[in-house]
Ligand binder design. Sequence first.
Ligand code: B16
Ligand code: MG
Length: 218
Amino acid sequence: MIRAFIFDLDGVLTDTAEYHYRGWKRLADEEGIPFTREDNEHLRGVARRESLMLILKEREYPEEKIMKMMERKNNYYLAFIKEITPQDLLPGAKELLEEIHATGIKNALGSASKNVPDVIQRLGIRDLFDAIADGHSVERQKPAPDLFLHAANQLGLTSAECVVVEDAAAGIEAALSGGFRSVGLGPRERVGKADVILPNLDGVKLVGLLSSLEHSGH
Ligand code: B16
Ligand code: MG
């Protein structure tokens, strides 16, 4: 019995990847570190500190400098996301959230981002969620299942009763290791381990999604 959907934010409900890219790019340029759009693809769903570590590669810096770099990048990001409006919801996202909400199935958010409250407020979807798990909720980030387990706990549900919707390989890994069913959005090379694979949420209806999950053999 499916009682809840746990949605990732970036890459599922909205696309803030471009803003993350511009923030990291500005920091990297200032520090004289090479960083391309292709490099940025590897940061999909990866938390802030781990993202910086991937950018710095083998370069070593004192902890104080690392903290300052994370803060600088986040300040650039915060300036970019001031532009976010409900128009920035990805196609089909709000319709699906509303449909789920209306049937009494729960909606939760499970995102690695520490900027979730600001982003969902600007997108105008805050009231559609029954629980929120974000970058402040747990220590261990995806691919650990902790974030999604935290969301399920808040709803008083087990992982077997929840479906995770994710665009990142690390997010699908997290869902699998926590015993959640999953819907992967994007190419098979990235989300191939999900129970159901879709390009995105455009035109996705709850009945069709539940039926695909039922037939996925999980
Ligand atoms: P912040 P998600 C992730 O969001 C992004 O995909 C990732 O690029 C970002 O580094 C991470 O959030 C942390 O974001 O710097 O705002 O805390 O896909 O888990 O919704
Ligand atoms: Mg994501």
